[in-house]
Ligand binder design. Sequence first.
Ligand SMILES: Nc1nc2c(c(=O)[nH]1)N[C@H]1C(S)=C(S)[C@@H](COP(=O)(O)O)O[C@H]1N2
Ligand SMILES: [Mo]
Length: 415
Amino acid sequence: MNRKTADGPLINPSRRDFFLKMAGLGGIALLGTPRLAAAGSNSVLLPFAHGERPLVAYPQKRPLMLMTARPVQLETPFPIFNESLFTPNDAFFVRWHLADFPTRIDSGRFTVNVHGRIKKPLRIRLQDLRTNYDTVEVAAVCQCAGNSRGFFQPRVAGGQWGHGAMGNALWQGVRLRDLLNQAGLKGDAIQVRFNGADKPVLAGTPDFLKSLDIDTALRENVILAYRMNNEPLPLLNGFPLRLIVPGWYATYWVKAVNDIEVLNQEDTQFWMQSAYRIPADPCACVEPGTHPARTVPISRMNVRSFITSVAEGGLVKSGRVHTISGIAFDGGSGIRKVLFSTDGGRHWMDAKLHPEHGKYSFRQWEARFTPKPGHDYRLACLAINHTGESQSSTPRWNPAGYMRNVVETVNVKGV
Ligand SMILES: Nc1nc2c(c(=O)[nH]1)N[C@H]1C(S)=C(S)[C@@H](COP(=O)(O)O)O[C@H]1N2
Ligand SMILES: [Mo]
């Protein structure tokens, strides 16, 4: 939080209001002016057309890959996933849908309303949430449904993310169900809808609202988090309170949540009825270039794994054992096995799994091989979860570019 931003030209000098510092819980969080990273490392080139991303340091963030500025969308540079199991708050990716996202929040005055199909409406102050309810903690991966969308072939519309629209954190807060039980659900309650402090800029743009079925909302590990990795959430990641739905795509993890409405009918607004829907098929896929006949709301994450210790085109020292490391995760059944290949998936060997930090966290793994000088290797990894689901060998396609989980490869050379 005290990290200095790199020196460089202001990206958005016209927005002077867009700054300052973070006073911690109970104080006012104010977002400052983003800055370009220092020269020398000022952009990252993703391996698809129009993949150049400037590195820009927003307040409370180290330089991250800027995809769009209004609303701000920042991607985590991939090597960061090799540094620690939990993604540092200042490196965590950022995605807002609406250009009027909060740049100033006084947590001392922040309240969350619970209303709708309940017996007793609640208006709870943040301080009271922190002191009057059980505190719970969950380690969970927050992954955008469109993570890796830039790799879709044929290309699809939407944010052209590389693999860095994900992060793993320890989330601390209160159980949503404790609030719902206190409010007393009416018998006809079927969904719970969440709204955050962000707003559309144009009258015609729908506000960002997301809904969960009541069964999901009452799950023990669905929480309203006011801390992330033992610190207040960064403003850009939903300060002072955000919904955590372990195992589900980040679209449901509503940030700066201040309104919770219990519904007695299915939510028909835009973000449930039109956006974030996938083909109604177990693969969530259709023939590339076609449209699904029927769709359902996206929900649980599929299984993925990544090599984190070497990048595409990397050189590995030959003639001695080389350790490759990576991560795997899924929608909450947990990782049973990770396989590793040096020949693009023709032969597989078991990777060694590191200890599990709960079923919703990244699971680190490692594998060894001895590169020969001058040889090219196509490294690959494949994760299998406890329900037997694994990654696909050919990419699954859908028009919104969601849920990529093909086996990813990294080409390296022995030197
Ligand atoms: N209030 C609010 N919450 C939101 C969104 C949003 O636009 N507004 N976007 C969702 C989506 S699609 C993603 S991918 C995650 C991004 O979380 P992050 O910015 O903390 O990485 O926030 C989710 N929660
Ligand atoms: Mo997302």
